[in-house]
Ligand binder design. Sequence first.
Ligand code: ADP
Ligand code: MG
Length: 350
Amino acid sequence: MPENTEPKRTEISALGEFGLIDHLTSEFPIHHEATKKAIGDDAAVIEFPKDEQTLISTDLLLEGIHFDLSWMPLSHLGYKAVIVNLSDIAAMNAIPRQILVSIGVSNRFPLEALEEIYTGIRAACEQYKIDLIGGDTSSSAAGLAISITVIGSAKNDDIVYRSGAKENDLVCVSGDLGSAYSGLLILQREKKTFEANPNFQPDLDNYEVVIGSQLKPKARVDMVELFKEKKITPTSMIDISDGLASELFHICKNSDCGCSIYEEKLPIDIQTAQVAEEFEITPVMPALNGGEDYELLFTLSLDDYEKVKELHQIIIIGHISDKKDGINLINKAGQSIPLKAQGWDSFRKE
Ligand code: ADP
Ligand code: MG
């Protein structure tokens, strides 16, 4: 065996809590004037825009429940932990600006592991111009936990809730569905193969799109900008974290309506279809129930149809109907099939 093949391992305790926080957070530039004080005091100070509302959301990610480090590289975990929060603000038609990051970490993890997580966090902050303004750091008895809180803003009239969909509205999505779940299927399969034979080198070249969707999803803040530019305000909106079917149930429940979506309209990437074929499932399954795509699901008034019909970022998949019609998928044969909300749920028993 050649020397120095072991990765460098520095105990977190070597730095102490304050040294650790300084070390991890030193290279985060501030992008927004409204961030008056970021890390380094007892609290951060931010100025709320005068004519805007403030939106706040938080998300908790636990090792073994929400992520599996055997196929999730730590930098991607940090990146994705930020993205899922930004996505929640985008789903309100608002712009995210600041985050707080709290981490619980056991002594199984060296300093280098935390550095990798923060590399991912920094990449997401750079890409979306987000200020890291604080957080908390603690040791944990076992495992890794990351909780991120995001702060954003929007004009009162621009904020979009889950509750505004009306009969005849168009049901739309912002991009491909089922990709992230297909990526997960591939990563889990490679993990099993690797466990059986550690010398096995996975060939992931044909799966770049779906693995990218799983490990490095986008937060569709660009859609918020597009809506503004085109002077469109969705009547309702939600981000697709638990699968299209589950999110349709949220929209319909909150808006007191039903809906029909068309199988032939669902945007499904060719790689998702290929993975579905390999796993002998219909591609509609990951598209409806896969989750973690972080695309936006939204409804638009029919009056906006002329504005959106040429926009490739907006894919019309169906329409809102009366509540008594229920929530249905019209399949390629034209049959109406009631949907089930089979989204991912960490409390559900297997
Ligand atoms: P306190 O003891 O008052 O909670 P801390 O020592 O935990 O203060 O935090 C010191 C500063 O570092 C604060 O500004 C806090 O928001 C920030 N901070 C702590 N942990 C993190 C972290 N994991 N990521 C980003 N900022 C952090
Ligand atoms: Mg603290």
